[in-house]
Design a protein around this ligand. Structure first.
Ligand code: NOJ
Length: 727
């Protein structure tokens, strides 16, 4: 062997390798030998925070610090070492990507991968080892203040969209951290509420996206949630962490707490937690300067180890998981350099944003609006100018720039006269409001209505925002209706100008009492740096909308399954919340109970039209649970511009012995087609994916018998139905 090869081999051996897998002997051996050199004090140091977003290393042995960052829509601005203030760096402005609900609405796993790569590159450049995202808590109720950070109501959609995000991030030598495990489906009382639900709902609805992250995404870290499950805190929950995550799913990464979510050293030690991070510096409920030694997994653990209360084997297991995390990230000699705010990242942000916008209603082709015409356009609503990357809690971003919808419209509609009226005001300017008005609410409304009167077209840009009690961490919304008196404003605008299109920016459904009167409605989420450009692209018809609803949009709150059962079911009695709708979350509830939603899961219009035809079952009509169900159909663009359609396959059990949803999403595919073009789509589903979770056997079971297949382009727009039998 040549000397250079030998040296290179030795270098790789010593410095880690791309194959940082525990099954890899060299890594395992290396980790074991490092652990054998460590003192107990050094080991314990790795297990808890030393600052707001880092844990300590062991300089003596070359073990680095571990650096984390929020997540999940961009790499958060640098926070001070010992308090929550911004550090005031001038080199930490990033690309803000669309919020994850928008990503889910693309129904496009390819753009999810591009998103993951881009955000991973930004995190790597910023020297972050762990990116705290994606979030995959299921959208159970539109009141949850944090739904905008998650991937919608369907477990398959959340799984299919988060796995490529995770892969993209981790290819950059940055660990993704799936959160919040588990059942953090509301912000109200999140710090203590105990979630009660059936094993079936847990397994069939709330866990699949986490399971996919582990088994398909090979995720390297998991964040526990604040709430309790089974009467035990989720960050040291024996069933969730030890039994399911680590034993059953064979998760080999590190479990990180949510910030300040630990309540007991003993449980944290024994129930599968690896790293404790904190909101308060003493790990409890107060801040003292540099009090990280008081964390549950700091001195209290160390003392217990010395007294013999805890064994060192458990400690070593945690340390080896953390070292593996390091070999996968900071110690990976092949990790890329990363980059930030590149043109490519901005293009990804714009592409995801364009693809995510959902055209909910479009009477008489109201949209697109002719950008060449000399129109008088009145843009009304605070969300046309409010910065939405600011606020919302820990996902807040320090974006290099954020194009507002108004700016996007002004730049694209050059021939038009664009005038702006705030219409309403939501609160302090510090929260992203760029235009302050000396007028009170009544005067703002009156001025906007005057503007609307004189306009050819009104574009109303409102919705929720990132203020407290809106789409914001820490609390839930207070009402289902639009805030800040927007309904009255819209009614008054519509009374003087019916030619009004509504564009809503939110991460949640809202009540739409004026819906019948507006010709067109568009759901435009929180779209990050390129928001205004993407919105203008769709308004002008440069981009044909192709987003689909990642959650059901109930007409009224009581139509949602969680709310139907009253307070104990949401928000709970402050001690417990009981998921009484069981597995019937979202469209599963609407379908089964025959309650029509305002807009169904999977719904989304286009400027062109599509036809699904020639449905064909390729696999036999009768098959075993080990086989694959395969079918095809042809999608044709029957309109006159190119566009994309999402073909959706739902399957339901006929005559089950247990409660089953009418149908659940089992596969989908987005297809781009030019005008007149058609394409054959083939969808495959493992028959084993039709299993339900048998609570008695504590295992998945595929019931024998007949199943309905439903193929369509929304959960309420089914073009083909067919029956198969599992034998
Ligand atoms: C609390 C949030 O729940 C979590 O998502 C976030 O990553 C941490 N704070 C750190 O900011």
């Amino acid at each position: 062997m040549k000397k250079t090869t030998l040296i290179l081999g030795l270098f790789l051996y010593l410095s880690g390798s791309v194959l940082a897998h525990p099954g890899d002997h060299r890594i395992k051996h290396k980790i074991d030998s490092i652990i054998s050199l460590m003192t107990v004090e050094e080991k314990v140091k790795l297990l808890h925070a030393q600052s707001k977003f880092s844990s300590a290393g062991v300089p003596r042995l070359g073990i680095p610090e571990l650096w984390m960052s929020d997540g999940p829509h961009g790499v958060r601005g640098e926070i001070n070492w010992d308090d929550w203030g911004y550090a005031g760096w001038t080199n930490d402005s990033i690309t803000a990507f669309p919020a994850l609900t928008a990503l889910a609405a693309t129904f496009d796993p390819n753009v999810a991968y591009e998103y993951g790569v881009a955000i991973g590159e930004e995190a790597r450049y910023r020297k972050k080892d762990v990116l705290l995202g994606p979030g995959v808590n299921i959208y159970r109720t539109p009141m949850n203040g944090r739904n905008f950070e998650y991937m919608g109501e369907d477990p398959l959609l959340a799984s299919v969209m988060s796995v490529p995000y995770i892969r993209g991030v981790q290819e950059q030598g940055v660990a993704a951290c799936i959160k919040h495990y588990a059942l953090n489906n509301q912000e109200k009382w999140r710090g203590h509420i105990n979630v009660q639900l059936s094993d079936r709902a847990l397994r069939e609805i709330y866990l699949p996206a986490f399971e996919a992250a582990v088994k398909q995404g090979n995720i390297w870290s998991v964040m526990g949630s604040y709430n309790q499950y089974n009467g035990q805190w989720c960050c040291h929950n024996e069933k969730l962490l030890n039994d399911i995550l680590k034993k059953e799913w064979q998760f080999d990464g590190a479990v990180i707490t949510d910030w300040g979510a630990v309540h007991s050293t003993e449980e944290a030690v024994n129930n599968g937690l690896d790293i404790e991070m904190g909101t308060w510096t003493n790990g409890l409920t107060a801040s003292e300067s540099f009090a990280y030694d008081k964390y549950f997994l700091a001195n209290p653990y160390l003392e217990g180890l010395k007294a013999g209360t805890y064994d060192e084997e458990t400690l070593d297991e945690k340390v080896s998981r953390i070292l593996l995390l390091m070999f996968r990230t900071s110690l990976n000699p092949h990790k890329p350099l990363g980059n930030i705010n590149s043109k490519a990242h901005q293009q990804v942000a714009r592409k995801v944003a364009q693809e995510s916008i959902v055209l909910l209603k479009n009477q008489n082709d109201f949209f697109p609006i002719n950008a060449g015409a000399h129109l008088k356009i009145a843009v009304i609503g605070e969300n046309a100018t409010k910065m939405m990357t600011i606020g919302g809690g820990s996902s807040e971003l320090k974006a290099k720039y954020e194009i507002s919808p108004l700016q996007g419209i002004q730049e694209r509609f050059k021939n038009a006269t664009v005038e702006y009226g705030l219409g309403y005001a939501s609160g302090p300017s510090a929260y992203g409001r760029v235009i302050d008005s000396p007028l009170d609410q009544d005067s703002l409304r009156t001025a906007a209505v005057e503007l609307a009167k004189k306009a050819d077209v009104v574009l109303y840009i409102g919705g929720l925002n990132k203020n407290h009690h809106q789409d914001c961490e820490g609390e839930d919304r207070l009402s289902y209706g639009l805030p800040f008196n927007q309904d009255q404003l819209l009614e008054e605008i519509l009374a003087v100008n019916a030619n009004t299109g509504v564009i809503l920016l939110s991460g949640n459904a809202v009540e739409l009492p004026w819906l019948k009167k507006v010709p067109a409605l568009m759901q435009a989420w929180y779209l990050g740096s390129e928001a205004g450009y993407a919105i203008a692209d769709v308004l002008a018809g440069d981009v044909n909308p192709s987003g689909k609803m990642p959650f059901s949009w109930p007409k009224k709150l009581e139509d949602n399954g969680a709310h139907y059962f009253g307070e104990l079911s949401y928000p709970g009695d402050s001690v417990n919340v009981v998921y009484k709708e069981d597995i019937l979350v979202g469209y599963r509830w609407h379908d089964t109970k025959k309650i029509e939603p305002e807009f169904a899961f999977g719904h989304g219009l286009s400027y062109t039209s599509f036809e699904l035809k020639d449905f064909r079952l390729i696999s036999p009509k009768t098959l075993s649970e080990k086989e694959v169900i395969e079918l095809s159909c042809i999608v044709k663009n029957t309109g006159n511009c190119s566009g994309a359609e999402v073909v959706q396959l739902y399957i339901g059990k006929k005559g089950s012995t247990v409660l089953r949803e009418i149908k659940g999403l089992k596969s989908f595919e987005k297809v781009q087609l030019k005008a007149g073009e058609q394409q054959e789509i083939v969808l495959k589903v493992n028959a084993s994916d039709l299993a339900y979770y048998n609570e008695k056997q504590q295992d998945w079971e595929v019931e024998k018998g007949k199943y309905y297949l439903y193929l369509g382009n929304a959960s309420n727009a089914i073009s083909f139905k067919s029956i198969i039998t599992i034998q």
